[in-house]
Design a protein around this ligand. Structure first.
Ligand code: ADP
Ligand code: MG
Length: 389
């Protein structure tokens, strides 16, 4: 056992008179208090466990992170509170003893009391002087949840960007062969007309028309796709969101009534105008309404609810359609995710991009077989400028 400063003093303790002893105890108490303050000011969690895995010390941050209470200290084994933590530091969960010794640094996820991503750093207490690890360990936990989330978000938007650019390139390239097809189909059409008296000419007219129709459709898809997907500069104007909803509904009127679907717009507050790009926001509404239509059976209904609070304007699209299962909910914003035979899987991704570019958010709640509610949240103008400042 090492002879620490404290042990030296303790060894001489019988030599001290009561006054000096009092001073010594007071000093120790002050130092302890100061250390405690320092440790509780640190944002990282600091835990000390003994060789049995029992928590001997934990600062405030650590208590919060792993859901320990003050009276667990000195009693509770770490692995009992946080089995995940035990796994990642190789505690033997039967004996509570650590199986492997080295200094350890690892990212772990804690699920209780909150979901956090944490970097764990563990050092045997005696490691620096080369002792074996018969003693305890110091564990430092740094909360890196925010860091991770923002990195994931960045990666995701970079990934979307590159997919979008690739797809736009391909779509653009398809333009030339399509043009050539159109021209040659016209040539065939003309030659066919000159051969009208031949018996097989009439038989060719119909397949030719089908080809022309399909080429036209393909051209439409590509043009639409390119328009939707190209990164466009926002052209900001003051917009009346409800007016735009009405405009989009007029465009979709025929399809809505074909499908025997009802649409109701319900406005609970006086809505302020927002700053936004007219075409893009209409595109977002169009995509959402189209998805709602495609999810519903005849007699279904789409409600569009509008409200505001101090900072945002909210538009909620509530349908009585097929709903989305919990596991699929996270996929709807992914490029090319679709459950439809003729779907492109780009609509929701585009809506999300448009909302992001407008400083807004999109939220989905859904229940299988019950319906889906999608909320768009637009920042009000004062909020936007505050953000920019
Ligand atoms: P697409 O409509 O081409 O499939 P989207 O990106 O618009 O692509 O939507 C992706 C998928 O999300 C859809 O295929 C569908 O499964 C699901 N989805 C989106 N909106 C709804 C909705 N309102 N109700 C049910 N499912 C939806
Ligand atoms: Mg869609």
């Amino acid at each position: 056992m090492k002879n620490t400063g404290l042990e030296k003093i303790l060894g001489r303790i019988e030599d001290l008179d009561s006054v000096n002893l009092g001073i010594l105890v007071q000093r120790l108490a002050r130092e302890r208090k100061m250390q405690e303050t320092v440790f509780n000011t640190i944002q990282d969690g600091v835990i000390v466990i003994d060789s049995d895995g029992v928590v001997q010390y934990a600062n405030d941050a650590a208590l919060g992170l792993i859901g320990l209470k003050g009276n667990d200290i000195g009693v509770t084994r770490l692995w009992k509170m946080v089995p995940d933590l035990a796994k990642s530091i190789d505690l033997d969960t039967v004996t509570g003893k650590k199986k492997s010794a080295p200094v350890l640094s690892r990212e772990i996820e804690l699920n209780y009391p909150d979901h956090r991503v944490v970097r764990l750093y563990m050092v045997p207490i005696d490691a620096q002087v080369g002792h074996d690890d018969s003693g305890g360990h110091v564990i430092v936990l740094s909360d890196i949840t925010e860091e991770r989330v923002s990195m994931e978000e960045r990666l995701e938007s970079e990934r979307i960007d590159s997919i979008v650019r690739l797809a736009a390139g391909v779509a653009h390239e398809l333009g030339n062969p399509l043009n050539s097809l159109t021209i040659h189909l016209q040539l065939i059409e003309r030659k066919l007309k000159k051969l009208a008296e031949l018996p097989y000419a009439a038989k060719l007219a119909e397949p030719l028309q089908v080809c022309q129709g399909e080429v036209e459709r393909l051209d439409g898809i590509i043009t639409h796709f390119l328009k939707a997907i190209r990164p466009q500069k926002l052209e900001l104007n003051e917009l009346d969101l409800l007016g735009l909803v009405e405009e989009v509904l007029r465009v979709q009127e025929a399809e809505l009534s074909n499908r025997k679907l009802e649409v109701k717009v319900e406005v609970s507050d006086d809505l302020p105008t927002i700053l936004g790009d007219r075409d893009q926001i209409k595109q977002a509404f169009f995509n959402l309404i189209k998805n709602a239509m495609e999810a519903m059976q005849p007699a279904g209904s789409l409600r569009i609810l509008a409200r505001r609070d101090d900072d945002y304007v909210y538009l909620q699209f509530v349908d009585t359609g097929s709903g989305i299962s919990e596991e699929d909910l996270s996929k709807v914003f992914q490029a090319y995710y679709t459950t439809k035979e003729e779907g492109h899987g780009l609509g929701m991704m585009i809506v999300e991009r448009i909302m992001r570019e407008h400083g807004g958010h999109i939220n989905i709640e859904s229940r299988k077989e019950a319906g889906t509610a999608i909320t768009l949240q637009f920042p009000q103008q004062h909020r936007r400028t505050r953000l920019l400042e």
